[in-house]
Design a protein around this ligand. Structure first.
Ligand code: 5GP
Length: 191
């Protein structure tokens, strides 16, 4: 069992609606040493990919993106949730449906922070149905940049996102893949 799986077993809380709460170390209070371990984990996996930017979506991906970007020595960029639907032409835009809040968000990235030729590592805290990833992938494509890898802290393997995104050919690395979860316990995928 790796460092993240051990921590999920110790401090993760399974909620109704297929939601895993990790507020005590990842999503609200943050264990910065654990974030650094995650950054190092993604670096080991993607260090040969010539990564030039780390991209995530606000809010819960930002800390992971910062820890990861520091190891790669590249900038971290986060897609911002935009309240206005009429965004101007200087931004890339995507629609992202929130798994936890059950609403749609427009997210934007300023064109100056993502450019043709960038080799982008997308990171996020969770992968559930893959909506957040699909939005980020479309932003990278609009910029003419390349998705060189995807690093996820916790993938819920019983939801369809991981399968769908891998089937599209993307290189997805999840530090922990939850195969089953209930109040009785959490089972991880062993590969
Ligand atoms: P997806 O877009 O893949 O359906 O969901 C991913 C996004 O929803 C992540 O950015 C994450 O913030 C949120 N999310 C999905 N499942 C969970 C979960 O079980 N627990 C928490 N805390 N967030 C989740």
């Amino acid at each position: 069992m790796n460092f993240l799986e051990e921590r999920i077993l110790r401090d993760g809380v399974v909620k109704d609606g297929d939601v895993l709460r990790v507020d005590s170390f990842l999503n609200h209070q943050m264990d910065v040493a654990l974030l650094d371990e995650l950054g190092a984990y993604f670096y080991e996996r993607f260090k040969e990919k010539g990564i030039t930017k780390v991209l995530t979506v606000e809010a819960s991906g930002i800390a992971i993106a910062c820890a990861t970007a520091r190891v790669f020595g590249v900038p971290a960029v986060f897609a911002k949730k935009s309240k206005t639907l009429n965004v101007d032409g200087d931004v890339y835009v995507a629609e992202v449906e929130s798994f936890t809040h059950k609403c749609k968000n427009t997210v934007i990235v300023c064109k100056q922070y993502l450019e043709r030729g960038d080799r982008v590592l997308i990171v996020d805290d969770f992968l559930a149905n893959g909506c957040a990833l699909r939005g980020l992938i479309s932003i990278v494509q609009c910029a003419g940049a390349e998705v060189s890898g995807i690093g996820i802290a916790i993938e819920k393997g019983f939801q369809m996102g991981g399968r769908t995104i891998r089937a599209l050919g993307y290189d997805v690395c999840s530090a922990a893949i939850v195969e089953e979860m209930s109040e009785g316990g959490i089972v991880f995928r062993t590969e």
